[in-house]
Design a protein around this ligand. Sequence first.
Ligand code: T46
Length: 146
Amino acid sequence: MVGYMQIIRYQFLQHGDKRGQLVALEELRDIPFVIKRVYYMYDTIENMRRGCHSHKNLEQILICVCGSCKVLLDDGIEKETVLLDKPYEGLYIASDMWREMYDFTAGSVLMVLASEYYNEDDYIRDYSEFRKNIAEKMYKTNEEIL
Ligand code: T46
């Protein structure tokens, strides 16, 4: 829902034994959508911020499989910061949520599972446009309720 901040974290099952740990992720079981794309970022330069955009129609789960990073989530009204530092933990990000990833530790790898194929038209990269879009959607929702 637009303008409703909710932090949704997933704790994945760890198949640990004396050799170490293993996490398995299956679509529509461990992940709440059909996975159309997987990408990951690594060798991120110190003090670099990534993201800084929202999506019109995309669900994603972010997993910092190595090291840690922080994610700023902004629904247009509230902001929350989430630390990702466990390879068995995922952060769900719905569409209409501004996101910024930062404070990547050296050697960190941030993996993302996405519900859609890559589509540049799905991005809103301008913060004022993002706020305007959220305001319009909230106005429309309020009109429907009244
Ligand atoms: C998001 C955050 C969490 C592709 O060709 N295919 C892809 O699937 C992606 C994600 C990117 N690219 C190309 C487009 C750019 O030339 O890779 C380059 C870097 O992408 P971008 O600047 O969008 O990366 P981030 O880290 O700012 O954002 C990414 C995702 O794009 C975005 O959807 O939510 O990670």
